[in-house]
Design a protein around this ligand. Structure first.
Ligand SMILES: [Zn+2]
Length: 327
């Protein structure tokens, strides 16, 4: 055979394969989503997400310590309040669950970078991401509550806020509110390209945030759409977003690439609860190799162009990176 080009040449040893890798993965790119709840001295496993827990504020330090030990330096907080009401008032209460968790975390772990999910659905009695007008979420009235929530997070010590509600105009509303109150340096990571997805199923159990009626299709995106993803992302760039997120990750990597190619901001991909639970369930059955699958999913997200990866497997991935299995 007279072949000059032989791609296999560059695959001939482990050292060479690592040398020519196109995708590099770093622990600094990982964010761990974590659930905090009202109450005392409780750590509850989330049944649909084995290995993931809800922590009361007095117990969350155990997990924050494990993250620190693993070299994961960023956390995304989700709050589960004891009381919910029509307008989600615990979302922006000064002594709300996220606000108290932030103050405690900033005191005990000042080096951890604390990001907060900003939304109403964990706090409203109806489970929708905003204020209702009849059976519809009132976009513009919700903006007031979202920006109030984001501000209260910043005041409690949040390093970054991440609105996930998918209301129109919320990035501008939050930016203005933060700036008016002196938080000009608090970045906004926008869940800009967020789909109405069945991959969120286990999260709703985790956060007790399933809508009591209807669904979220009037605000989250239709998963058939690709052009609309860019429309949403570009709008949020114009409104002042600092980071653009695509959610979920695994089934939406085409859009991670699309955003990466068209927008010069950092891109984040959120590997959601359903992705986690599918891996856990299949691994428990012995059908897949959990560690290898977790590595492959993460690298695929980075290869697609994400800069930041939100994942419930953050600690494990940090270890795999340290061990040189990926990265
Ligand atoms: Zn929500």
């Amino acid at each position: 055979m007279d072949m000059i080009v032989r791609p296999r040449r560059l695959r001939s040893s482990e050292v060479l394969r690592k040398m020519v890798r196109e995708t590099r993965v770093d622990r600094a790119s990982l964010i761990y989503p974590m659930f905090v709840m009202d109450g005392e001295n409780t750590v509850e496993e989330i049944s649909a997400m084995p290995g993931q827990f809800r922590y009361t504020v007095d117990r969350m330090g155990e997990e924050l310590q494990r993250l620190t030990d693993a070299g994961v330096s960023s956390v995304m907080l989700f709050g589960i309040p004891a009381v919910k009401d029509e307008v989600g008032s615990q979302a922006y209460a000064e002594d709300g669950i996220v606000q108290r968790a932030l103050r405690q975390a900033k005191k005990d772990f000042p080096d951890l970078y604390m990001i907060t999910d900003v939304c109403m659905c964990e706090y409203t009695s109806h489970g929708h991401c905003g204020v209702l007008c009849g059976h519809d979420v009132d976009n513009d009235k919700t903006l007031e509550l979202l920006s109030r929530t984001a501000l209260s997070h910043a005041q409690a010590g949040a390093d970054m806020v991440a609105p996930s509600d998918m209301m129109d105009g919320r990035i501008a509303a939050i930016r203005e509110r933060l700036d008016d109150n002196g938080f000009t340096n608090t970045p906004i990571m926008s869940y800009a390209v967020k789909f109405a997805s069945s991959f969120y199923g286990p999260f709703r159990e985790a956060a007790g945030s399933a809508p009591s009626f209807g669904d979220r299709k009037s605000y989250q995106m239709d998963f058939h759409n690709r052009r609309e993803a860019m429309k949403e992302a570009l709008l949020d760039v114009e409104e002042g977003a600092d980071i653009i997120m695509v959610k979920p990750a695994m089934s939406y990597l085409d859009l991670v690439r699309e955003v990466r190619d068209n927008i010069d901001l950092p891109v984040a991909a959120y590997s959601v609860s359903g992705e986690y639970s599918m891996v856990k369930a299949a691994a428990a059955k012995g059908w897949i190799d959990e560690e290898k699958i977790v590595c492959e999913m993460a690298v695929a997200a980075f290869r697609a162009g994400t800069d930041i990866y939100l994942t419930y497997f953050a600690k494990e991935l940090a270890r795999f990176i340290d061990q040189g299995r990926i990265g």
